[in-house]
Write a protein that binds this ligand. Sequence first.
Ligand SMILES: [Zn+2]
Length: 237
Amino acid sequence: MENLKENLLLLCDLQEIDTRIVNMEQNLINLPKKIEEKKREIINLKADFENKKAEYVKLNSLKKEKESALAAKESAIAKHTADLNTVKSNDLYKTCLLEIEKSKADKSNIEDEILILMDGIEKEMSNLKENEETLKKSESEINNSVSLIEQDIKKIQTEIDVLKKEREEFAKKINLNILSQYERIRENRNGQGLALVDGDSCTGCNMVLRPQLIMQATKCTEIVYCDNCSRILFNKK
Ligand SMILES: [Zn+2]
């Protein structure tokens, strides 16, 4: 009876190559997703910075509003002060004085508000500068890691091409019947068409094997399959 052990050993090596190819291909699927994540990170950081900038702009325009309110109060005070010289009655004179007092009090409140705003603006300004630097730093770090990933992708692609050629050559050494069985099974079994026996179980599906099957998988006089996962069984020992 012909012995398939030599072929099954070769098949083990072939499966190792196939596993490496499958893993690298998986990497090729995952790496572009990582790049997308990194790019989203930049977008989020920028949006964050823009929000802070908008806050700063808002404080500034609030300050401008307060400044024109202040100017209005100042001209009201000037107008009433001028009126004091021209009013004819005591009552009107008193009203003018009251208006001046009121405007002065308002003016003082607005001045306080402006001071608080200026304080806030100054703080926002220095925060913004700091944030801008952090943003630039993070952006260049993220861009660097993106280009490293892109290099990885190219490298892996080249490695896969080389390995696939090697695989093609290597596969020629294997008995065609065994090879085609293996190819057929691996298509439906997560890229794994061969399973080794480990102790009394199948390493493909971890199920305990019948003793007779283990014996056959050890003798290698015919191709045997795991009852559970249908992979080609082989006992190296
Ligand atoms: Zn199995």
